[in-house]
Ligand binder design. Structure first.
Ligand SMILES: [Zn+2]
Ligand SMILES: [Zn+2]
Length: 555
């Protein structure tokens, strides 16, 4: 078992404790919110937030409560930069909301919608079904406009909260400067009707098109566009507004009536945006705000995952190499306050661990009472679909890795037949069920993708058309006698995997070839390597007749 996984303590208690806390709120319907800025492809680590929200919802529903999850795609933020792969001109679109920029991929209604769709379409695979809300569309609703009005009417209060929280650790000079900058500050910006921008400038020189005054008597705001110089005074209903980011969050909570929202440590840090949001919920919107659920990030190979640094390991990329249940398992088994670390090279081991855990749930493997209880609680939450009444055996992933690589030289029926044979043997089955069979193609596909992208040299299996001459030239007379007899056995007998192993061993000894040498010679003849997958199953996968012919070809 890899060290990384064996040392982690199982913990289900965080889910129970959390749900107890959420239950104290007692609304008619519980709403668990999640959200993400749509400024690029989203990395798979974000699915931790989605899965935390999903299990809170599932547990609330299990306790007879009305509960749902919502995902808010924050696509109303102004564009600050583009991923390097994008063909749009940054000068042309800087400061425009992501929801107003075109989709250069040509498939979606906006750039923000493109990244939203790319993420959202993977939710069902991961077992999550949040209602998807676009932030830009939310701002078009009367409810959000009312929330903006409440904020403008409480500008003084919001200024005071920000000064208290943001300037908390400033020195006197910084604090004085900040307080001064807040004197004429309003918590909303306007999308300029002339140039379409929410702000001007790029990194380091951003000037938002902030509201410069608000008249509550006639509901009119004034604003200047820092980009094109347009300025105007107009009714609140006649312009497109966006709240400042620390104010936007509590306004969304208020409008959505959010009961609970998980947040990564950057936002959830003490005194951070979550806490200022809760303070605004109390002082501006007159309610408690949601239950805060801080969580530690998911890391990739020990590194933080970023959105802006080019290549992104997306949820789709995860699904291409690994089952979604493994991701849910990784997230849920670890305390929410601890980081998860994806090690792509260990995925085959982790899948084995997960499937042992699955068998514990079904009472099929020896496990102590504690492990069984834990599997009883946790396994259903790791499943993307509803849990099957009976155990559905899965093709062992490590066998799939080898098999998938032989699809170019072995016909599909033979591949499947060998998969069935291996499953019968592995799980002691009379027959392989249709449910099990149905899972094989996707497993082979994931295994092949994994080995191509993350497999080490040891995982790569390649059978050349013929045995290279430099390998043939190293064979001794004893080797050839051994190979000749082995070929004859393969031509006449039909051996199972274990029989092949023992036959090679015994025959080698009889022919004065050291068993170690015999195996080495066979690996070199078959795959031009010194070692490889276990020979019994591998030779049966290739077919004994095919192997016999190959052995004869070197004699
Ligand atoms: Zn698109
Ligand atoms: Zn403008």
């Amino acid at each position: 078992m890899p060290e990384e996984t064996s040392e982690e303590e199982f913990s289900i208690h965080w889910i129970r404790d959390l749900v107890d806390e959420v239950l104290e709120r007692g609304p008619d319907e519980y709403l668990i919110a999640t959200g993400k800025s749509m400024s690029g492809s989203v990395h798979v680590g974000f699915m931790k937030e989605i899965i935390i929200a999903d299990v809170i919802k599932r547990e609330l529903q299990a306790r007879g409560k009305q509960a749902k999850t919502v995902f808010i795609a924050d696509d109303f933020d102004p564009i600050r930069s583009f991923p390097p792969s994008l063909t749009l001109s940054p000068e042309e679109w800087m400061g425009v909301p992501y929801s107003d920029a075109p989709d250069p991929h040509g498939c979606c209604e906006s750039l923000g919608a493109h990244w939203t769709n790319e993420l959202v379409e993977t939710f069902p695979d991961f077992g999550a079904d949040p209602e998807v809300v676009s932030q830009s569309k939310l701002y078009d609703t009367k409810e959000m406009r009312d929330a903006v009005r409440i904020c403008l009417n409480h500008t003084e209060t919001i200024r005071a909260i920000l000064i208290e929280y943001v300037a908390r650790d400033f020195d006197d000079a910084q604090k004085a400067e900040y307080i001064n900058s807040m004197k004429d500050w309003y918590p909303a910006s306007v999308i300029c009707p002339v140039c379409g921008r929410l702000q001007s400038g790029g990194k380091g020189s951003i000037v938002p098109n902030r509201v410069t005054s608000y008249n509550p008597d006639n509901d009119e705001i004034s604003y200047d566009c820092a980009h094109c110089g347009h300025s105007d005074t107009s009714h609140l209903d006649k312009v497109r507004l966006k709240l400042s980011w620390r104010v936007d969050w509590p306004a969304k909570w208020y409008v959505m009536k959010t009961t609970c929202e998980p947040a990564g440590k950057d936002h959830a840090v003490k005194g951070g945006s979550y806490d200022t949001g809760l303070e605004m919920s109390r002082q501006v919107f007159g309610w408690s705000g949601p239950v805060k659920v801080p969580f530690e990030w998911v890391r990739l190979g020990g590194q933080d995952m970023g959105t802006s640094k080019g290549v992104v390991f997306t949820p789709r990329a995860w699904l291409n190499i690994s089952p979604p249940e493994l991701f849910r398992y990784m997230v849920l088994k670890t305390d929410v306050g601890r980081a998860n670390n994806i090690q792509t090279d260990l995925i085959p081991d982790l899948i084995d661990i997960y499937e042992t855990f699955e068998r514990t749930y079904y009472g099929l493997d020896e496990a102590d009472a504690e492990k069984q209880e834990l599997a009883g609680l946790l396994y259903p939450l790791t499943e993307a679909q509803s849990v099957s009444d009976k155990y559905i055996p899965k093709l062992p992933f490590k066998f799939a890795i080898v098999t998938a690589q032989l699809q170019s030289i072995i016909d599909n029926d033979t591949i499947l037949q060998r998969c069935y044979d291996v499953m019968k043997q592995q799980y002691n089955l009379e027959e392989v069920s249709e449910e099990s069979k149905a899972l094989i193609p996707i497993r082979l596909e994931r295994a092949l993708n994994w080995v191509k992208e993350f497999g080490s040299e040891r995982d790569i299996v390649n059978v050349p058309d013929s045995v290279p001459a430099d390998i043939v030239s190293t064979l001794t007379e004893d080797d050839k006698k051994f190979l000749s007899k082995l070929a004859a056995i393969f031509q006449t007998e039909n051996l199972d995997d274990d029989d092949i192993q023992s036959t090679i061993f015994n025959l080698a000894r009889d022919e004065n070839v050291k068993p170690q040498r015999a195996f080495l010679v066979l690996y070199r003849i078959l795959i031009s390597r010194k070692s490889g997958p276990r020979l019994g199953p591998f030779i049966n996968l290739l077919g004994q007749e095919r192997v016999a012919k190959r052995l004869e070809s070197v004699l």
